[in-house]
Design a protein around this ligand. Sequence first.
Ligand SMILES: Nc1nc2c(c(=O)[nH]1)N[C@H]1C(S)=C(S)[C@@H](COP(=O)(O)O)O[C@H]1N2
Ligand SMILES: [Mo]
Length: 202
Amino acid sequence: MSKLKKMRTPVFWAEGHPGKLDRENWKVEVEGLCEKPITLLWQDLMKMPKTVANARLTSVTRFSVGGNWGGVKISDIAKHVKVKPEAKYVRFWSVGMVYDTSIPIETAYKDKTLLTWEFDDELLEEDYGGPVRIICPYLWGYKSAKSVVKIIFTEKYERGYWEQRGYTDEAYIEAGPVIDINSGGKMKRMPDGEVTRFIDED
Ligand SMILES: Nc1nc2c(c(=O)[nH]1)N[C@H]1C(S)=C(S)[C@@H](COP(=O)(O)O)O[C@H]1N2
Ligand SMILES: [Mo]
């Protein structure tokens, strides 16, 4: 059993669980405002520069789980496809093309925003967005699209699945109580913005 599962990390699939996914034949299309759109195969991703980010996924439903996410930085993908200067947002689409979400390009280019396939050295299973998902620890978890099949660099913002249903477009993490998955579900207090530590611990 994966560490995420052992810790009882909640599994969210607003569009329905996608079932078993084929890691070896996974493809991520990267397109939009770039000079060299590309389809990245699983094997291509494995050859790209790998980054491991210690980061928390924090849901607006107020759970937070932290660990070492391994993957490729969105900024490295952007270099690879030569993103054009007009690009202002990055839109992510999940398998099935029902769930999408977009983030500002500056947030996408931060060090810990990754297309990730690993959590604490284990490959991500379908429940947690395997083969590859987004981790964007700077914003509420609904921006961290799971099982990603398409990344589009855009000029115009489009509301995604949860944004159309009332969650904010900015998804700025707000201070307050949160359930810390890593400590077995203890209630803690967190600051606003990226959660790097809780307020009631040092
Ligand atoms: N495709 C897809 N991605 C998604 C979601 C979803 O429902 N479908 N939920 C989002 C929300 S609201 C959160 S908090 C995290 C939860 O990630 P987890 O299910 O791995 O815990 O995934 C995000 N990515
Ligand atoms: Mo969430």
